[in-house]
Design a protein around this ligand. Structure first.
Ligand code: ZN
Length: 255
């Protein structure tokens, strides 16, 4: 099974929509292919992030009370004329239910639909956290030598990521690994600053124009992203913003 087919089937696979034979083919491919296995892990991580309660909004208490009390009133008045009007009671309940659902569905909630960058930032945080959980996940090629790490990506990616060691500036290169982010295979370079790890994700930019640094903070991690020399860069670390910026500057100057 090809990578493309596997990646198309990851969604239905996660949803349990594939037949047994197809599922096994996907599983077998993922055992042999790090990129697709990573795509699968991202998909499940993203899914659990979406289950996060912060993305759901329930109706305010006031509205719920209003509907409940109108239901009670309805029930009382219906009880009074039960002999001839009982058939209309469910209609009142149904109407209240429809109103409640309409409110829940149509209420415009700013920010409920995350933008592309927000989704990507979430993906990157999940990826970063996972890479730290296990020593063996941190890097597929472990070396502070850029001449070892750079060629390791040959044939694994459809581009050559710029790889540079910044040991003398206090940011030694630890290694690199393949990841799947933003619907494509990307290079992840691992750097260290004292006890802090930095993941630097690189992949070709769709537009060639450079974009300045954008800093964000998520779940306690600092993220910096920019575009230069036709590449997208995302750096993430629990390092403070100032030092992460210093690191980003080194990467930019090295090009
Ligand atoms: Zn694959």
């Amino acid at each position: 099974m090809s990578c493309q087919t596997t990646q198309e089937l990851i969604h239905p696979y996660v949803d349990g929509e594939l037949d047994l034979a197809r599922s096994l083919e996907v599983e077998q491919h993922m055992q042999e292919c790090q990129v697709c296995a990573s795509a699968y892990r991202n998909q499940t991580a993203l899914r659990s992030a979406f289950k996060d309660s912060s993305l759901y909004h329930s109706a305010p208490e006031k509205l719920e009370k209003r509907i409940r009390s109108s239901l009670r009133r309805e029930a009382k008045s219906e009880a009074g004329r039960r002999s001839f009007g009982w058939r209309w009671l469910p209609a009142g309940a149904a109407l209240a239910f429809v109103l409640l659902m309409a409110f829940v569905i149509w209420r415009p909630v700013p920010g409920i639909r995350p933008s592309g960058d927000e989704l990507l930032a979430q993906e990157i945080v999940s990826n970063h956290v996972r890479s730290l959980q296990l020593e063996s996940h941190r890097a597929d090629v472990i070396s502070s030598d850029q001449h070892t790490v750079k060629p390791w990506f040959d044939g694994k990616l459809d581009f050559a990521p710029p790889v540079k060691d910044f040991s003398s500036q206090g940011f030694p290169l630890i290694g690199g690994r393949l990841e799947y982010l933003n619907n494509r295979a990307v290079a992840a370079l691992v750097y260290q600053r004292q006890k802090h790890y930095i993941n630097l994700y690189i992949w070709p930019a769709e537009q060639s124009n450079a974009a300045g640094e954008v800093a964000t903070k998520r779940q306690g991690y600092n993220l910096l992203h920019w575009t230069s020399s036709g590449m997208n860069y995302w750096a993430i670390s629990d390092l403070n913003g100032v030092e992460l910026h210093e690191f980003a500057r080194l990467v930019q100057e090295a090009q």
